[in-house]
Design a protein around this ligand. Structure first.
Ligand SMILES: [Zn+2]
Length: 124
């Protein structure tokens, strides 16, 4: 999976960044990046990455972008969006947690399909 950051504005930052400096607990002038589109600066030091809680409809759009960026095919995207919707209906997860959890579920499902002979190794 590509390393992606979902900005508070609902876009994946995906290279659209600028460099800046922010005060963090480690240094009053810590180099960081911001999102070109909305201008939000990220704080990677203090674990304050943006957490976004979208509505179901918004999340579906974001999940679709996520699926496209990860080169899912049409069938997988359909399954993925269903899984995202299911996780969203559980309630309290932020968008990125849902997107990643659903992505893992889909990957496991696909590898189960590929290993239908029962030789799946469930490693730690
Ligand atoms: Zn943004």
């Amino acid at each position: 999976m590509k390393r992606m950051i979902l900005c508070e504005c609902g876009e994946f930052i995906d290279g659209c960044t600028f460099k800046d400096y922010i005060p963090t607990s480690s240094n009053p002038s810590t180099p960081t990046i911001g999102h070109q589109i909305c201008g939000l600066l990220f704080n990677f030091i203090d674990d304050k990455l943006p957490k976004r809680y979208s509505s179901r409809v918004e999340l579906k759009g974001i999940a679709f972008k996520f699926a496209e960026k990860n080169d899912m095919d049409q069938t997988t995207i359909g399954d993925y969006l269903l899984e995202v919707d299911r996780l969203k209906s559980l309630g309290n997860l932020c968008d990125m947690d849902i997107l990643i959890a659903a992505y893992k579920t889909i990957q496991e499902k696909n590898s189960d399909d590929a290993c239908a002979n029962g030789e799946i190794v469930h490693g730690a």
